[in-house]
Design a binder for this molecule. Structure first.
Ligand code: LLP
Length: 422
């Protein structure tokens, strides 16, 4: 459930008409609902209420500091994957002991940054990384808490580009070699092994692959304990999927069902449980609002040309992802719909959001909203075609604020420097 609903024929974000925000901010822009973000976080927190746990928001999905502060104040930790994300989380007031550092290519500089600034744990993904972290921690005279991310060789049955837990994927260490690698870790100076980490992919719509992976983690926990390691924390990654199309009957499992399965599978081990959800918290808490520039008739189809483009929302071009696109003024019930190819102005045919999408009659100047755009939307945007990054706006109740302003053309072009010798 989210808080983007029609009221008296107009789309609202919580208690604010979306058209009012568009008039004030200009289009295109991202719009988030604080109530929806908090509700989704709370669903996970409640789902694990029976066990010692921390919900670490995967901030790669939406990293504006206003969002981080909102979730942090509600009790969330953060899952970061770069020095930049670490710095953002800290700037948003998240304390180091609630930040977990994931990712396969942490640099020594990033390790040093997190060890100096404070970190809950590093999720280490290889032996060379382990050696580097041990050396950096030793140089700093500190101890680095670690889990090792294992690759359980489980097919998450999701989009090829976001499956991460099969043996050919670049993530984690093969679970078959885990005991050997934990033995190495235990001997390295300045590392403290505290647990196991796993993440098998994103936008999973079935609990079965999670369960298979978590059963393997349960087994491994017992083996590692028998080998003398203290395994007190399990980081189970993120990945629970969301419905992208209204009326889709194939609804992904709910956080409560996910939490129940986690406790069933792993609860007996007495470990602290961490999860790293991103999309389920932020995805349906954000929309992208865009204006129709032209309706154009092609040889055999109608094109709806928007002011938003693939640089603003790359998911359709990159993954063939579906986003519902709805008019900001509610169409009359039962109105005839016609198919449009909905496209942006960027000079690539790939800049197509939807083909033959049935839409009610619409005109240039009308506003549309892309639903489910809060995760992996703004964070994956670029300035391709020298199009300014679009603003982000947060609504809470009847108030809204721009949480990232639209840069001017000068802001963008003044970042370039032309060498004197040219
Ligand atoms: N933890 C780790 C280690 C991850 O790699 C990810 C996502 C998450 C947690 C959060 O997963 P989530 O709960 O959001 O599914 N850009 C793609 C998604 C990439 C996901 C990358 N890793 C998209 O737009 O669909």
């Amino acid at each position: 459930m989210d808080h983007f609903l029609y009221r008296d024929g107009a789309l609202f974000a919580e208690d604010v008409p979306v058209a009012d925000i568009a008039a004030s901010v200009g289009t295109p822009f991202y719009l988030y609902s604080a109530a929806t973000l908090l509700r989704h976080f709370q669903l996970f927190d409640d789902a694990l209420a029976g066990v010692d746990h921390l919900v670490c928001f995967a901030m790669k999905s939406a990293s504006n500091q206003a969002i981080l502060k909102l979730l942090g104040d509600a009790g969330a930790g953060m899952d970061v994957v770069s020095g930049g994300e670490y710095a953002r989380a800290r700037a948003a007031g998240i304390s180091g002991n609630k930040i977990v550092f994931s990712g396969i290519g942490k640099t020594r500089a990033e390790m040093e940054m997190a060890l100096t600034g404070g970190i809950r744990q590093f999720n280490v993904e290889s032996e060379p990384e382990m050696l580097a972290l041990s050396a950096v921690a030793t140089d700093l005279g500190v101890v680095a808490p670690i889990t090792v991310r294992v690759n359980p060789d489980v097919d998450a049955k999701t989009h090829e580009k976001i499956a991460t837990g099969r043996k050919g994927d670049k993530f984690g260490i093969p679970i078959s070699r885990a005991r050997e690698i934990y033995a190495v870790a235990a001997k390295l100076p300045s590392l403290k092994v505290i647990g196991i980490d796993v993440h098998i992919g994103s936008q999973l719509t079935d609990l079965a692959p999670f369960k298979t992976a978590y059963e393997k983690v349960a087994d491994l926990t017992e083996h590692l304990r028998a080998d003398g390691h203290e395994i007190s924390r399990l980081d189970l990654g993120g990945g629970l999927g969301i419905p992208y199309a209204i009326g889709d009957n194939d609804r992904p499992p709910l956080p409560a069902q996910y939490g129940e399965m986690i406790i069933d599978t792993l609860g007996h081990l007495g470990c602290e449980i961490e999860i790293e959800p991103g999309r389920l918290i932020s995805g349906n808490a954000g929309i992208l609002v865009s204006q129709i520039i032209y309706i154009k008739s092609g040889e055999d189809r109608e094109f709806m040309i928007l002011d938003g483009a693939m640089n603003d929302l790359i998911r359709p071009a990159m993954y063939g992802a579906h986003h519902d696109i709805i008019p900001v003024i509610e169409p009359p019930a039962g109105v005839d719909k016609t198919p449009y190819d909905i496209v942006g102005p960027v000079c690539e045919s790939g800049d197509t959001f939807a083909k033959a999408r049935d839409m009610p009659p619409m005109n240039a100047g009308d506003l549309v909203a892309f639903r489910s755009a809060g995760a992996y939307g703004a964070v994956m945007s670029s300035e391709y075609n020298t199009r300014p990054l679009i603003p982000e706006v947060l609504v809470m109740g009847d108030q809204f604020a721009v949480i990232r302003p639209r840069p001017t053309y000068d802001d963008i072009i003044n970042r370039d420097t032309v060498p004197e010798w040219l």
